[in-house]
Design a protein around this ligand. Structure first.
Ligand SMILES: Cc1cc2nc3c(=O)[nH]c(=O)nc-3n(C[C@H](O)[C@H](O)[C@H](O)COP(=O)(O)OP(=O)(O)OC[C@H]3O[C@@H](n4cnc5c(N)ncnc54)[C@H](O)[C@@H]3O)c2cc1C
Length: 447
């Protein structure tokens, strides 16, 4: 299909949903994002954006804004608790601007995406609108901030509503949803002087982080070893510090800077596999289709790649069913491989005992030395060739994009754009409307 004048409903205004909205709007579609949160959320600690995600954001001319508050990292280092490197991989150079990982605050990425949404005339974002039902013919029922049920009809419904997806629940996607018993603790601490970069694999599991380029440091830690889990259950920050200090000296400085227990973000990990990603006019992207262990740092990156591939396939002149079939074919297998690798890494990072870590570390050291093997693993994690992806995404829109993925100079920065960025409060509508349109007039059942 060509997306010109088609109507698309995106369910979920997270990283996957906002990226999908922007890209689909570039293909000519009129996009409505329904997000249940009453306003944009400032939560989520940090995030590592890899070349595949950077390619999508670069193609959207958002890389420069993103880099303003971020910290580029050239490779990945895993260390033993004693600080000895056991795995060290350099990020391959996939093209200008695509040779590193970027550590950012999640809220910064969302702010950049929301700024772009605000500047996109064909996208409107309705906060405080919770989708409660959908049908494969493209109808979506949502509850608006007043509690009234409304229906919206679209040519396509994109389920970008996360691991607990309602769209997945109402469609015939044949999902398997598995809790992994893994829990992660995340946070952001003041200061970037602790030298935390990469991760340690300890008897308690992983502990890692990165500077965020704004004078703060993002950290994450496994939360499921017995002593750690007990401290979390009792919301006991001093006990958490003690347990981690016994396992890993560098954790002390980090956890001392956590002001109180509520500053920690604690998440259980879910894995989602779907036998189908498409049901009629319903299609899944991001965690809704493939939530995964965080150990490869590819969940959000994969969500952005989904959004890009979906838009690229829909931009052609094939019938919609063909385009959606091609989207699934292109995405399902590479993502499945990434999910499996992330699970393997999660298991490896937890290896305990006296001999098994030694065997593991020797094997990983070997892998580090065999460069083609390490290169192949990192490249498989990108799922699409980042350079080609950037070019395809940039070609979706009319805004010229440099090879570095930086924005064209005629694109204003979010801070320079007309009007206030945030429309806060329950049911806030966050949209850019063309001057001749009523911001509220196109909402609701009439669409
Ligand atoms: C510890 C940890 C570390 C991680 N680190 C990384 C990393 O470094 N790099 C990386 O790429 N990924 C990382 N991830 C994974 C990443 O957070 C997710 O994969 C990513 O957020 C998925 O984005 P999404 O848009 O698909 O879903 P979500 O971020 O879950 O967004 C879904 C949105 O849909 C909304 N929604 C849900 N239901 C409804 C409804 N019924 N109606 C309307 N709206 C609805 C939600 O409010 C939410 O805003 C990490 C995850 C964890 C747990």
């Amino acid at each position: 299909m060509t997306n010109q004048n088609s109507r698309i409903t995106v369910v979920g205004g997270g990283i996957g949903g906002l990226t999908a909205a922007l890209l689909l709007a570039r293909t000519g579609a009129d996009v409505t994002v329904l997000e249940r949160a009453p306003q944009p959320k400032e939560v989520g600690a940090g995030l590592l954006i890899q070349p595949n995600g950077l390619a999508v954001l670069g193609g959207l001319s958002l890389a420069a804004d993103l880099h303003q508050r971020a910290h580029p990292i050239g490779g990945a280092v895993v260390r033993s608790p004693a600080g000895v490197p056991i795995l060290h991989t350099r990020m391959p150079d996939y093209g200008p601007g695509l040779d590193h990982t970027l550590a950012v605050r999640r809220s910064h990425l969302l702010t950049v995406l929301l700024g772009a949404v605000e500047a996109a005339p064909a996208v409107r974002t309705l906060f405080g609108h919770e989708v409660i039902d959908a049908h494969q013919d493209g109808h979506v029922t949502y509850r608006d901030p007043d509690g009234t049920h409304q229906t919206l009809r679209a040519d396509l419904v994109v389920g970008a509503d996360g691991a607990g997806s309602q769209i997945r629940a109402v469609g015939a996607f044949r999902p398997t949803v598995r809790g992994s018993r893994a829990t992660y603790i995340r946070g952001i601490i003041p200061g970037d002087d602790l030298g935390l970069e990469g991760e340690y694999w300890t008897p308690l599991g992983v502990f890692g982080g990165a500077r965020l380029g704004d004078g703060t440091t993002y950290f994450y830690a496994a939360g499921d070893a017995a002593g750690v889990a007990a401290a979390l259950a009792q919301r006991d920050l001093p006990a958490l510090r003690r347990v981690w200090a016994d396992a890993l000296a560098p954790s002390t400085g980090v956890l001392q800077r956590v002001p109180d227990f509520d500053a920690l973000l604690i998440n259980d990990v879910t894995r989602v596999d779907c036998a189908r990603w498409v049901d009629g006019r319903l299609v899944l992207v991001g965690d809704a289709a493939h939530a995964m262990a965080p150990n490869l740092g590819q969940g959000a990156n994969s969500a952005m790649v989904d959004a890009a591939v979906l838009a690229i396939e829909l931009a052609g002149d094939r019938p919609i069913a063909d385009a959606l079939r091609r989207y699934t074919t292109r995405r399902a297998r590479p993502v499945r491989r990434v999910q499996d690798t992330a699970d393997r890494l999660a298991r490896m990072s937890r290896v305990a005992g006296r001999l098994r870590p030694v065997t593991r570390d020797t094997l990983l050291n070997l892998l580090t030395r065999i460069h083609p093997l390490a290169h192949r693993q990192t490249t498989a994690a990108q799922q699409e060739d980042p350079r080609a992806l950037l070019a395809s995404v940039a070609a979706l829109g009319s805004t010229p994009t440099t090879a570095e993925g930086t924005k064209a100079t005629d694109q204003p920065r979010p801070s320079e754009r007309r009007g206030a960025r945030r429309a806060g409060g329950a049911g806030a509508e966050h949209r850019a409307v063309p001057d001749n349109r009523d911001a509220k007039g196109t909402s609701g059942p009439s669409r």
